[in-house]
Each structure stands twice: as structure tokens, then as C-alpha cells.
Write a protein that binds this ligand. Structure first.
Ligand code: UDP
Length: 239
């Protein structure tokens, strides 16, 4: 269809787990391809797209450190996991003829580009999808914080959190039939009620810069495009 959007530049954050399908671990190529198609349908609307993908489908720093690994080393392993996910997404997008750059917070020139803000902005202006990898490049952070940081740096109008549920609920909708979805909610309410939107430091960074967070379901085919066109159900987190 001819769906239109008022958005010019957005950041899509997905967890690593969104890429593992039903496998319980790692990458499930058909799932990566399905999400790439969702991204393409938004790219086709002329929207400039940033992406941040987590690494939890491969490795989480906290898990490693719980098993006796040094925390910072474990976190670097987590960051490397996000690079693998970013490369998988790049490959799936390029299969759909979408020009893509993987941009890593930790330089690894043979694999992808280093993060240089002005260069990334230029890629976006040329309608290349920028996948920001390796989180913030620092241990003790998460890819939610990386997503908020990059969305601010790239002047995105909002962060779109692609989840397996269509918004923020007062309790887990997979466990409680009477869970109620919020249409909108403030950053402070999310923090006070410990709602699982993002980790607290990421929410605070979004709040301090007035960056709206849109929580929506990526399981809904055409959902991402629909939300950008103002349709469908989602929760908007704002000031
Ligand atoms: N990580 C990190 N610094 C960052 C981003 C990520 O140390 O700026 C590490 C951290 O160990 C984390 C792992 O990378 O557990 C994977 O990222 P995350 O847990 O955010 O992935 P998701 O839950 O979104 O799949």
C-alpha cells in the first residue's frame, strides 16, 4: 500500500533473542530474513533507519560472570556477540538490495566500519541502513543504553523497541490474562513500576534527552511499517 509516515529517521532496537527463533540459542536465518523484510518495508517508505541488535542469543556478560568469568572479559564477549548478529542482519538486508553498514563501537576494520559519528550520519542521508554493533564499546552497559546513545547522536525522532508483545503491560501478558497494556506511559512511571521496557540507565538517558520510546511487536507481519504509519497497537513512553 501507499502508507505514509511523518518519521524521517528512527532507530530500531531488537534483542539478540529476537533472532534465535524457536531454537533457544544463536541465529535462526529464516527469522533474521523475516525481520530484514520488516526493515525493508520501512526503508521503502523513505525512512532513514538505524538498528541496534543485542547479543543475548549468543552471550551475556552477566551469565559469564555468574559462572566465574571476569566481568569485563565476559562483557567484551557479549559485545562481540552483537557484532555477529549485526553481520547476519547486514547479510539478510543486502540480500533484499538494501545498502547497509555495520558500524562497531570497537574498531575491527576487516569486519566492519569503526564508529565515526559524521560518517554514520552521511550513510543515513544516503539511505543506508546503519547497524550499530558492539554496544557502547564499554563493559557494564547494555545494548539498550547503546540504542539510546546512538539514537540521540543520530538525532532519531524515536526508538522503536521491537518485542514479542505489542507494548508495555502492567504485568507480564504471557503469564496473566488480565494484564493491561498502556497506550502511553511516562519514563518515570516505567522506572518506578520497574516495567520491563529497557534497563533503568537506558530509560534515564532517553528521559534526559526527551527521546520517545515506542514499544511494539515485531511478530506482527507488517507491524513495524504499520506503527510508523500510525496504525496498530503499541505503547509510547514519553516525558
Ligand atoms: N554489552 C556491554 N556493553 C554494551 C553493550 C553490551 O558490555 O555497551 C555486553 C553485555 O555483556 C551484554 C551483552 O553485551 O550482556 C549483550 O547485550 P544485551 O544483553 O544488551 O543483549 P540483548 O539482551 O538485547 O540481547
Amino acid at each position: 500500500g501507499q502508507a505514509k509516515t511523518t518519521y524521517k529517521r528512527v532507530l530500531l532496537k531488537i534483542s539478540g533473542e529476537a533472532l534465535m527463533g524457536d531454537q533457544g540459542y544463536g541465529l535462526h536465518p529464516p527469522t533474521v530474513q523475516r525481520i530484514a523484510k520488516e526493515v525493508k518495508s520501512v526503508h521503502d517508505m523513505g525512512v532513514e533507519i538505524c538498528m541496534v541488535i543485542g547479543g543475548g542469543n549468543i552471550f551475556r556478560g552477566l551469565q559469564g560472570s555468574a559462572q566465574g568469568m571476569e566481568r569485563t572479559t565476559a562483557d567484551y564477549m557479549g559485545m562481540l556477540a552483537t557484532v555477529m548478529n549485526a553481520l547476519a542482519m547486514q547479510s539478510a538486508l543486502e540480500e533484499l538490495d538494501i545498502h547497509t553498514r555495520v558500524i562497531s563501537a570497537i574498531p575491527m576494520d576487516q569486519v566492519c566500519e569503526p564508529y565515526i559519528r559524521r560518517r554514520a550520519v552521511r550513510h543515513l542521508e544516503k539511505k543506508r541502513v546503519c547497524i550499530f554493533a558492539a554496544g557502547t564499546g564499554n563493559p557494564y552497559f547494555t545494548t539498550d543504553t547503546a540504542a539510546t546513545l546512538r539514537a540521540n547522536e543520530m538525532s532519531c525522532e524515536a526508538i522503536f523497541m521491537g518485542k514479542q508483545v505489542d507494548g508495555v503491560y502492567d504485568k507480564d501478558p504471557k503469564k496473566h490474562d488480565d494484564a493491561v497494556r498502556y497506550g502511553q506511559i511516562t519514563y518515570d512511571e516505567v522506572l518506578q513500576q520497574h516495567l520491563g521496557v529497557m534497563d533503568a540507565s537506558a530509560i534515564a538517558l532517553a528521559r534526559d534527552n526527551n527521546l520517545p520510546i515506542i514499544v511494539f511487536s515485531l511478530d506482527e507481519p507488517g507491524g513495524f511499517r504499520g506503527i510508523l504509519a500510525g496504525e496498530g497497537t503499541y505503547t509510547r513512553v514519553h516525558g
